[in-house]
Design a protein around this ligand. Structure first.
Ligand code: SAM
Length: 292
């Protein structure tokens, strides 16, 4: 379809018409490959009974493809210069609402209630601004808004961290935070040549599907996440070093930590990054049970 916003020639034409200059500080790398956009929409399985939230529509390349497939699209764009561009490029799609807002400050559930006229499942689909990938991910994971799936493009290296397994270099608190709530899968890799301007690294489309229940059963989520953070603090040290560093070295704490590790059957000489989500959950739960 030669009229697609995302063709290199139409993108160039639009940018020229508005005298638009990219802001690197806002992570502006626009997709100019219609086939990749269609693939993203296919992976996201968007239908007439899906509502979509998009972060950073840019000049509307992905938004247009979402609008064609979805019931409604709600898009947050922080760069005011793009508002008049989007008003023109997305004029044919009345089911799109663009809000001029920082997604990290937006009231997601309030906006969704105000914009979406049908109570359909909400999916987040976005080519993320890479400088704030992790805060955006955490924001949606912790939002008081039910999100069934997230299909998001990010740096390949961050996608690898999110999907990482224990005992790999990429495994860390981000892997655990996301995997706790979502099933994760790298859908496909996107070469840097698919963007203007080209980023320095390749990108990946990640498909995250909300679990019916969190991956592991924990007594206290805050305590569980505190434990995972503590365990990765000093990366080349043992779990024991990390735990005493975070929770304290006094006699009572040392004894409590020893008992908890023993009850969870975890060797204190292991490194934090070798523990699975199940082991972290087990240890966290024992720590709470033995706290009294
Ligand atoms: N969706 C377009 C595409 O695929 O071609 C543009 C993607 S570009 C990687 C990221 C977009 O996010 C830019 O349009 C940028 O202005 C916008 N953006 C950056 N920070 C943002 C924020 N905090 N809230 C909302 N949008 C933001």
């Amino acid at each position: 379809d030669y009229k697609d916003i995302a063709t290199p020639s139409r993108t160039k034409e639009i940018l020229k018409k508005y005298g638009f200059s990219f802001k690197k500080s806002l992570g502006q790398n626009f997709l100019t490959e219609p086939n990749i956009l269609r693939k993203i929409v296919a992976v996201a399985d968007i239908t007439g009974t899906t509502n979509v939230i998009e972060v950073g529509p840019g000049i509307g390349a992905l938004t247009e493809n979402l609008a064609r497939a979805a019931n409604q699209v709600l898009a947050y764009e922080i760069d005011g210069r793009l508002l008049e561009v989007l008003a023109e490029t997305l004029a044919p799609y009345p089911n799109v609402t663009v809000l001029h807002e920082d997604v990290l400050k937006a009231n997601l559930s309030k906006d969704a209630t105000a914009v979406f006229s049908q109570n359909y499942p909400v999916k987040v689909v976005a080519n993320l601004p890479y400088y704030i990938t992790t805060p955006i991910m955490m924001r949606f994971l912790e939002a008081d808004l039910e999100i069934s799936e997230m299909i998001v493009m990010m740096q390949k290296e961050v996608a690898e961290r999110i999907t990482a397994s224990p005992s790999t270099k990429a495994y860390g608190t981000l892997s655990i935070a996301v995997q706790y709530y979502m099933e994760t899968e790298v859908a496909f890799i996107v070469p840097k040549t698919a963007f203007v301007p080209q980023p320095n690294v390749d990108s990946a489309i990640l498909k995250l599907t909300k679990r019916a229940q969190p991956a592991v059963e924990v007594i206290d989520e805050a305590a569980f996440f505190r434990l995972t953070k503590a365990s990765f603090q000093l990366r080349r040290k043992t779990l024991w070093n990390n735990l005493t560093h975070a929770y304290g070295k006094d006699e009572a704490t040392v004894s409590w930590l020893e008992q908890s590790l023993e009850a969870a059957q975890i060797d204190r000489k292991r490194r934090g990054e070798t523990l699975s989500l199940t082991e972290f959950a087990e240890l966290s739960n024992k720590m709470i049970e033995l706290k009294e």
